[in-house]
Design a protein around this ligand. Structure first.
Ligand code: AMP
Ligand code: ZN
Length: 461
């Protein structure tokens, strides 16, 4: 039994798929006008954990992550510029080239943090036909109206608008007209925006209503329904999508089909920096590659994410990443040691397995699951061979790459090697105090000495 926190009802509930053993998940994808920062990546680690938990429980998962390469405006109020157009002007390149570049970077970063790739990566620009067809359906049912700058969805015509976010629609609508976008109501939203007659856009298409481009919310409805059906199981995204993007996806999809669109809405909490949401439009924060340049591993970032529940905001700092890196390295070293351990031990597989399953099935409680993983790893009485097998199984969810952990060849600086040699000299002549001073000096250079029967070994700390 898997319990998931459903934003729609604001509580945890037992997950029941539409089909017996197949689950459809749609995750709102990157807007590819810039790099995906580690806040974005945290949200994809969250949907990856969700997918892995479902697979661990025996479900077959069809996962879709879209690519937003048109239509995401700089303002949620349907005014402002398309973010892709801004990038075209800034970078002086074609929109397609910009989208390809950042999409490739995104995939490379996801790989580094061990996120399983989705079955489909649909691009908005390759699904214009489907988006136009969806507007036509809404037109037939009387949900749309035209203004001078686009085609809008009339949110007052959809009963239950705002149910996901618990919006007080009455308060939002009364007396408020948004002059610039000529909307009838504040909560109405653009399905299709017209190209401006005096500035030619690179990305524009003909439609029954005029030359232009689709709205961002529309693309997710059209592509999710194309690949997962008019009704599907789970939709994910960051918590910033609840109020507007997902609220509008529900409205237009359910208005068009007359069916419940998605059963479970799951949202990942923000990654913060100095208590503020990390946001791409205000400069973002580190990317995974930038963390690597600073000497951290992508795996350590995943480890850091596992330490905080996905519904809790994570205040990022290089110090907490450093602690995660140390804990992650320690676990990796123990796993390498475990492979060489030969002592006998009891079989606690079942006990740990039950605890682990309970944790992951309780709304993806990864901090607890990781704790159980480490408890098993450190359990000396647990048979090493059975333990290793179990940890590899747990890793199908955690994704720390247990099977691939190898002894890493660490570059040892000549200075450290010389200090080690000098210390050996003092040890041989039993000058322990001097030997200890050298151990300290080596430690200050981030290496720990382990004295083994075969001689001293250096380990990076
Ligand atoms: P975008 O590329 O801006 O469309 O965002 C991609 C995904 O990252 C979306 O699911 C967002 O909700 C999510 N996201 C954006 N900023 C953050 C953040 N600071 N922390 C976590 N997720 C975020
Ligand atoms: Zn979306």
């Amino acid at each position: 039994m898997i319990k998931l926190y459903n934003t729609l009802i604001r509580k945890k509930e037992v997950f029941k798929p539409i089909n017996k053993d197949r689950v459809g998940i749609y995750s709102c994808g990157p807007t590819v006008y810039s790099h995906q920062h580690i806040g974005n990546i945290r949200t994809y680690i969250f949907s990856d954990l969700l997918k892995r938990v479902l697979i661990y429980n025996g479900f077959k998962v069809k996962h879709v992550i879209n690519v937003t390469d048109v239509g995401h405006l700089t303002s949620d109020a349907d005014v402002g510029e398309d973010k892709m157009d801004l990038a075209v002007r800034k970078e002086g390149k074609k929109a397609g080239a910009i989208a390809d570049f950042y999409f490739r970077q995104f995939k490379s970063d996801l790989k580094k943090v061990n996120v399983l790739f989705p079955d489909v990566w649909p691009k908005a620009t390759e699904h214009i036909k489907e988006q136009i067809a969806l507007i036509k359906k809404l037109e037939k049912k009387g949900f749309i109206y035209k203004t001078s700058d686009g085609i809008y969805f009339d949110s007052t015509k959809f009963k239950g608008y705002g149910k996901l976010a618990g919006l007080n629609i009455k308060g939002l609508i009364e007396g408020k007209r948004v002059a610039k976008a000529e909307k009838k109501h504040k909560t109405d939203f653009a399905l299709w925006k017209f190209s401006s007659p005096d500035s030619k856009r690179e990305q524009e298409w003909n439609s029954p209503w005029g030359l232009g481009f689709p709205g961002w919310h529309l693309e997710c409805s059209a592509m999710s329904m194309k690949y997962l059906g008019a009704r599907f199981d789970i939709h994910t995204g960051g918590e910033d999508h609840i109020q507007i993007h997902h609220t509008n996806e529900i409205a237009q999809s359910e208005a068009a089909t007359g069916k419940k669109f998605v059963n479970y809405w799951l949202h990942g909490a923000y990654l913060l920096y100095k208590d503020k949401k990390v946001s791409k439009s205000t400069g973002g924060l580190y990317t995974i590659s930038e963390l690597e340049e600073l000497g951290f591993s992508a795996g350590a970032f995943r480890y850091l994410c596992l330490l905080t529940h996905y519904r809790k905001q994570l205040n990022f700092s290089l110090d907490n990443l450093d602690s995660a890196q140390k804990a992650y390295d320690k676990a990796r070293r123990k796993i390498i040691e475990l492979r060489n351990e030969k002592h006998k031990g009891a079989d606690f597989t079942r006990d740990y397995e039950l605890k682990f399953l309970e944790a992951i099935n309780d709304d993806l409680n990864m901090p607890r699951a990781l704790g159980i993983f480490l408890e098993a790893l450190n359990d000396f009485d647990f048979s090493p061979a059975k333990k290793l097998k179990l940890l590899e199984k747990f890793d199908r969810v955690l994704g720390l790459g247990v099977k691939d952990i190898k002894e890493e060849k660490v570059k040892i600086h000549a200075e450290v090697r010389n200090l080690l040699k000098e210390r050996e000299g003092y040890r041989k002549s039993q000058q322990w105090e001097k030997a200890d001073i050298l151990r300290k000096m080596i430690r200050e250079r981030s290496f720990e000495i382990e004295d083994t029967p075969k001689g001293p070994k250096l380990r990076k700390i």
